[in-house]
Design a protein around this ligand. Sequence first.
Ligand code: ADP
Ligand code: ZN
Ligand code: ZN
Length: 804
Amino acid sequence: MKIAKVIVDVQASPINQTFDYIIPDAYEPIIEKGMRVIIPFGPRKITGFVVDLDNESTLPEHKLKPLLDVIDITPVLTSELLDLGKWLAQQTLCLYITAFQAMLPHVLKAKYEKHLVRLTEDRLLPDLEMLFSGYETVDFERLKTLNISYYHVRQAIQSGDIMIRYVVTSRETKKYETYIQPAVEPHKLEETLIDLPKNAKRQSQLLHFFIEHPDAISQNKLLRTLNLNRANVEALIDKGLLTEEKQEVFRNPYDDQQFTRTTARQLTTEQQQAIIPIQNAIKTEQHGVFLVHGVTGSGKTEIYLQAIQDVVDKDQEAIVLVPEISLTPQMVTQFKSRFGSNVAVLHSALSAGEKYDEWRRIHRKEVQVVVGARSAIFAPFENLGIMIIDEEHETTYKQEDQPRYHARDVAIKRGKTHHCPVVLGSATPTLESYARAQKGVYKLATLNKRTNERAMPKVEVVDMREELHAGNRTMFSRDLQAAITERIQRKEQIVLLLNRRGYSTFVMCRDCGHVKECPHCDIALTYHKKTNQLKCHYCSKEEPMPNICPECQSDLIRYFGTGTQRIEEALRDAIPEARVIRMDVDTTRRKGAHEKLLKQFSDQEADILLGTQMIAKGLDFPNVTLVGVLTADSMLHLPDFRASEKTFQLLTQVSGRAGRHDLPGKVIVQTYTPEHYSIDLASTYDFQQFYQREMQIRKRFQYPPYVFLVLITVSHVNHVKVIQSTQKIAQLLIKNVRQETVVLGPTPSPLSRIKDRYRYQCMIKYKDEPKLRQLIQKIINQFSEDIRKENLQIAVDMQPYQLM
Ligand code: ADP
Ligand code: ZN
Ligand code: ZN
C-alpha cells in the first residue's frame, strides 16, 4: 500500500499535521513530494500538499481514504522548499499550509482545467493514441475516464511528445494571441495573387507578405506591420487561403529587445575589494553573509552584476531582492541590460497572470536570474549560487501578515542549504546588520567613494520655526523657494520629497482642535479631495466632510497636514512658472503610470518631481541638482523605537538623488527639530557617528540589536475579553520565561481599535530563550476554544517592525 502524507488546506491550528491518504494505482507512478492533491476531508473535498510518501500508515487500512486527484503533474515545491516551509512555519509560528502557500504565486490557488496537448506526429503508445484519438488537445479528465496509465503520460511529457496546458478558469487566465499563417502551399498563394482583381490592394499585400514569410505570425504584429485591419485578414481566411489559431503566449512584461546590452565595467579599487571575498565564496561554494556598506553612487549594483555573472557562468542561479518601490524601470533595466532574457522579474505591479508566467519561467529553469520583491526569495531554483538583498534596511522585506517572515532570514537559511553567499547592500544598513558585521558574524565591505569621485551633495538644514517667526507661513522656506527658482532659471531639475509616513491629511477644527476620527478604529480619518469625503485607511469607512465642527459648531473645520496634492497646489501658488509632476499612490495606481511619469521627468517635461517615499531611492537623473525635503521630522514622533533610524535612512537616501553626474548637487532639509541627531548626522552623512549614538540609546532602553523582541497582539470585539486574555498570556509568559527576560504589557496597541475590534498587546524582550516558540505556541493552544468559537485573534510577530 502506498501512502501520501498530506498537509491539508484547513486554516486551524490543530490541523498543523500531516494526514495519510492511500495513493490509487493510477497515480502511483507519478506522485511525488511537493505536488498538490485533492483529498476528501470530512464531508469536503479540499486541496493539500504531499510532503512525504510512505509504504505504511500508523492507521489501519479501513480508516484510510484514497486521495481523489493530483493537481500537478510535476511538483510545484521542490524538496528544499518543503523543508523551508516547515522551518518558516516553526520560526514564525504559522501553519504549514500558510507557509507553503506563501511560496507560490497567487494564481496557483485558482481553479483551473488541465488539457493534454499532443506535440508530435510520431506514433505514441497505444493507450495514448486512444487518448487523443485524432485530436490535438484533449481534456485531462479523459485520462481517468479511459483509465490510461499516468506513467505513460508522464514519460511522454518528459520526452516532449505531449504537454500539459493549464487553463485557469479564474480571471487570471493565460494569455492567448491569435496567430495567422498560410493554409495552403506558397505556389497556391502565388496563383491567387495573379487572379486577384486589381483593386484588391490589401489582399495582394497580404499574399505578398505570406509568400515571403510563410511562418505563423501574431495577428497584432501582422496588422501593425502592414497597416491593415482584421477585415482584410478575414477575407483571406474565408477564402481558405489563411488560417488562424490561438496560441498561448507567455506574457513577458518587458520587451527584451529594447535593452542595450552592457558589459562588465572595470571595477574601482573599492569595488574590487568588496567583490573578491564574494567571488571566492561563489567559487568555493561556501555560505557566508556579506554586508556591502556603500554610499549612494558607490557602484554597489555593478558589484551585484559581476558576482551574478560568475554564478551564471557556473550554471548556477541568482536571486536579487529589491524593495518594491525601487523596482523602478531603472533597476530592471540594469539587470535586463546585462543578462537579457535570462532574467525574470517578479513584483507587484505585474498582473497576477504576468507574475505566474514569470514564475513558470523560473520553475522550468528557463532563466537563471530573478529580480523581485520580498517573495521572490522563494524562487524555486535548485542550484542557487548567490542571493542579494539590495537596500537591506528597507522594511518591505518583512512581511506583515502570516507568515511574518523577514526575507533576510529566509535568504540566510537557503544560503546555508545551497552553500552560497548572501549579499546585503545598503548606504544605511540596519543597526542589526551593522552590529553583526562589527562582531564579524557578517563580512563587511565599505565603499566610501562615489564611482565618479564626486563629493556627496551639501546638505543645508532649515529650521522651520524660524521661518514662522519671520512671518513665512508657507510650507516652503525662503531658502528653498530661492533655490527652486534659481534651478528653474538654469533649466535644472528638482526633486521634492514629502515624508508622508506618519503624516496624513486629517481634518481638524482650528477653533477647538477637535480631530475627526474613525468611530471604529481610533485613528484620524483621511480627507479625499476628489470625492470630498473622509475615509478610514484601516476599515475603509467613508463619511462626508463636515461643514461645522461636531464639537464646537465652529465653521473653521479644515483638513490639515500635507498631502502631496496640497503641496502641489501650494507650489503652484508660490512658484507659478514651475512645471510639476506629482508622484504618489494616487497618480501611480494605474499600471505603467509610474514609468510614464518618470519618463516625462527624464525628458525634462517638468522642473519638479514631487513625491512621497517612492521617489527617494533608485532614481538617477543627471539634471537633478536640488533635492528638497519638506518635512524631515514627520516620523520622528511615531511610537516606534526605529523612528530615528528610519529618518536617518530616508534623508541619506534622498540626498543621494542630487548631483550624481556632472552638475553639483544641493540638498535642503526643512525641519522643526534641526538639533535632533538623526537629522544633524544625516546632513553630514555621518553613518558611523549615527550608529554609535543610536546603539547607545538601544542599549540604554534595551531594544534590538541588544535584545530580541516578540510582539503579541490580541484582538476581540469585547473590550474586557481582550484585556483578560492578554493579561493571562502575559502571566503565563512571565511564569515560564527566564528571569532576565522582560514581559511588557498588557497595554492597548497604538492603534487600539480596528474595525470595531479592540487590540491589546504584550511585548517580550529577551536575549536567550531557546524554548520561547514552543512556549508561545503552547499558550496559544490554551486559547484554541476562544479562537475557534469566539473569534479571538492572537497574532504573534517574532521579529516586529511595525509596532502599531
Ligand atoms: P549604488 O547602487 O551604490 O548607489 P550605482 O550602482 O547606482 O551605485 O552606481 C553609480 C553609478 O556608477 C552608475 O551610473 C554606474 O553605472 C556607475 N558605475 C558603477 N561602477 C562603475 C565603475 N567601476 N566605473 C565607472 N562607473 C561605474
Ligand atoms: Zn471645534
Ligand atoms: Zn476605520
